[in-house]
Design a protein around this ligand. Structure first.
Ligand SMILES: *[C@@H]1O[C@H](CO)[C@@H](O)[C@H](O)[C@H]1NC(C)=O
Ligand SMILES: *[C@@H]1O[C@H](CO)[C@@H](O)[C@H](O)[C@H]1NC(C)=O
Length: 277
């Protein structure tokens, strides 16, 4: 039960990506047109962002097949919009745009990571015909597990009159238990069952996603030519605080759960209060 950090996909500076050729394939030097494009982009991108966020919110607060499909449709439209914008932005000779902020915006659209992938790969994560990516875990159990709100947890912690819960979904049941339960056996059971149910189904899709994200990242580029060492420097600045926070949390968990947490070891994932870690 070791806590794994999320796999972070880091993209590093590549000479290809930052070469000037990358931008000078563009021949349209009409600055007014470029500015007009940016204004339109701004308006449309805001609307797109709003629709995607709404559809995601509807899905996470009301998990139905219909809401899932609507969310995937919006994500797919948003992908197509990004790619179209990338094509439109790439026709302008960015070096001719005098306003530095506008230049930056255009470059950002041109560089927007996934858009540099070929069309089929770019849309792959959102293809509604590929099997459902969202796992629908259902933990079935004959055990008696507590599922109530926080106050009731406090009151009932030692009670044996727990209701029975089968068919738990991630949201809200599993999330709620992981966030509020303080009973270690329950936390371990729920965390492990959730992983067992979802991990194997997601594995291949996740590996493919990482592969595509890395391909895109290697083609994208960054303003900062020493991106790698800048990231390392920031990490080194934050690391001492992170370590202190980590040891503080671990100490509190040792006080709460005793021997299950080693005072010099990693923090068990099921005790962290959530399942997205
Ligand atoms: C949940 O979503 C469905 C559509 O799948 C909708 O008909 C229903 O009204 C929604 N329920 C709530 C409480 O919003
Ligand atoms: C839970 O299930 C057990 C047997 O599996 C049963 O004896 C018990 O009465 C059930 N409790 C509730 C609250 O339904």
């Amino acid at each position: 039960m070791v806590a794994f950090g999320a796999i972070v996909v880091f993209a590093f500076y590549t000479p290809f990506a930052c070469s000037d050729d990358y931008y000078q394939m563009s021949s349209n030097t009409n600055v007014n047109e470029a500015m007009q494009f940016l204004r339109e982009y701004d308006r449309e991108a805001s609307g797109m962002c709003y629709r995607v966020t709404m559809s995601q919110w509807k899905f996470v607060t009301n998990i139905t097949e219909y809401n899932h499909r609507r969310m995937l449709e919006e994500l797919s439209l948003s992908s197509k919009f990004d790619r179209l914008s990338w094509r439109k932005a790439a026709v302008y000779d960015i070096s001719r745009v005098p306003d530095p902020q506008a230049r930056r915006q255009l470059m950002k659209i041109v560089r927007s990571s996934r858009a540099v992938l070929p069309e089929d790969k770019y849309l792959e994560p959102f293809d509604p015909h590929v099997p459902k990516p969202y796992p629908q875990p259902e933990i079935q159990s004959n055990h008696q597990y507590l599922l109530t709100n926080e106050q009731q947890y406090e009151q009932n912690e030692d009670s044996t009159e727990y209701p029975n819960y089968c068919d738990m979904q991630l949201d809200p049941e599993i999330s709620r238990i992981l966030a509020h339960s303080r009973i270690e056996s329950e936390l371990l059971y729920v965390w492990k069952s959730f992983r067992d149910k979802t991990g194997p189904k997601l594995k291949n899709r996740f590996m493919r996603y990482v592969q595509l994200a890395n391909q895109a990242a290697f083609r994208a580029s960054y303003d900062d030519p020493s991106f790698r060492s800048s990231v390392e420097e920031i990490y080194n600045q934050v690391a001492p605080l992170y370590k202190q926070l980590f040891t503080y949390v671990r100490r509190k968990l040792v006080q709460r759960y005793g021997g299950s947490v080693r005072s010099d070891g990693p923090i068990p994932a099921h005790l962290l209060g959530e399942c997205k870690n």
